[in-house]
Ligand binder design. Structure first.
Ligand code: PHE
Length: 344
């Protein structure tokens, strides 16, 4: 029995030396040391041994098992190391490679300026109102004291869809909608941002579609001085405390009196330059005291309340703020242009 055990040791160790993979190693483990393996098989004959022989053979059997187990463990460890090395090699990450940058978008300059203007007026207690871009003739003209055939309709060349429906030519129709919504309640303080459309030929300063922000205040004792103070506050918040305003008499059918507002030229600070045509002033908006007929169309009694309104072009405000020379930059969606406003 001892010889068989020794033979088993020699055979097993020889076989184990040649093992080349973990699968084969496990097969051999089962073959020699498993429940139905060679060693168990031999030990089954232990019962027939004498009491003196038994511990001797037992010792040899244990030695053989230990020897085989030791080689198995060595081999297993070697395979494990090789496997780890293989995976490390396969899963290597080169941490020195430059990362792939993620392209982040940025807010469009017109949106940015709109939000800035909204913030300034929200800070003065205004709320934001909106109206449809496809508007009725009534809201766009009629209710604003521009009856059909009124010559002032020519001031704003319109895109008509039917005789009664058009693309709004300004945000002033939202004045009427906001007044009707207020249902006679004062004070009413709203600004109305949005797109407007005019049949203009596109050039550096004109576009068939552009953006306006309308302002409207209606209350018991609203005066021209309130309008002027509000606008001064606004332009100084927008362009800086050094900026002044100037009101020039003008005409709009929906305001009386009406004015056009100039700001100190943002380019030369009022000294006179090419941008302000050497006047030192730049026109930024139209405004006036709400015409009594317009108040009536909005459901207010012009004997009881008064109001002021203004309307400005967002593109124009943005051109001045960012020193841009062509309005078309805003619409071409050239990322080289738009990207410049990411951190402004
Ligand atoms: N709606 C006028 C325009 O588009 C601007 C304006 C608004 C003037 C409100 C006076 C009052 O030119």
């Amino acid at each position: 029995m001892k010889d068989r055990l020794e033979a088993l040791r020699v055979e097993a160790l020889a076989q184990l030396q040649e093992v080349a993979d973990a699968g084969r190693l496990n097969d051999l483990r089962v073959h020699y040391l498993g429940k139905k393996g060679q060693l168990t098989e031999i030990l089954r004959g232990m019962g027939g041994l004498s009491a003196e022989e038994r511990p001797v053979i037992g010792q040899v059997a244990n030695d053989v098992r230990a020897a085989i187990e030791a080689v198995l463990a060595d081999k297993q460890a070697a395979f494990d190391r090789a496997e780890t090395a293989r995976r490390l090699a396969a899963e290597t990450i080169d941490v020195t490679l430059p990362g792939r940058s993620v392209a982040t978008g940025s807010i469009h300059p017109l949106t940015k300026v709109t939000q800035e203007i909204e913030d300034i007026f929200l800070g003065m207690g205004y709320t934001i109102a909106e109206g449809p871009e496809v508007e009725t003739d009534y809201f766009n003209f009629e209710a604003l004291n521009l009856p059909k055939d009124h010559p002032a309709r020519d001031m704003q060349d319109s895109f008509y869809i039917t005789d009664e429906i058009l693309l709004r030519t300004h945000t002033s129709p939202v004045q009427i909608r906001a007044m009707k919504n207020a249902d006679g309640a004062t004070p009413l303080k709203v600004i109305c941002p949005g797109r407007v459309y005019r049949r203009d030929d596109d050039d550096a300063t004109h576009s068939f579609m552009f953006h306006q922000i309308e302002g409207l205040v209606v209350g018991p004792d609203i005066r021209m001085s309130d309008l002027k103070g509000t606008l001064l506050q606004f332009v100084q918040a927008m362009y800086g405390p050094q900026v002044q305003i100037r009101l020039r008499p003008s005409f709009f059918p929906f305001t009386e009196p009406s004015a056009e507002v100039d700001v100190t030229c943002t380019q030369c600070g009022g000294q006179g330059c090419r941008m302000c045509k050497h006047s030192g002033w730049i026109e930024i908006l139209g405004c006036g005291m709400v015409h009594p007929k317009v108040l009536e169309h909005g459901g207010f009694d012009p004997e009881q309340v008064s109001g002021f309104a203004f309307g400005m072009g967002v593109e124009r405000i943005a051109l001045l703020k960012y020193d841009i020379d062509d309005i078309r930059h805003f619409y071409n969606n050239d990322l080289r242009f738009l990207g410049q406003f990411a951190r402004m």
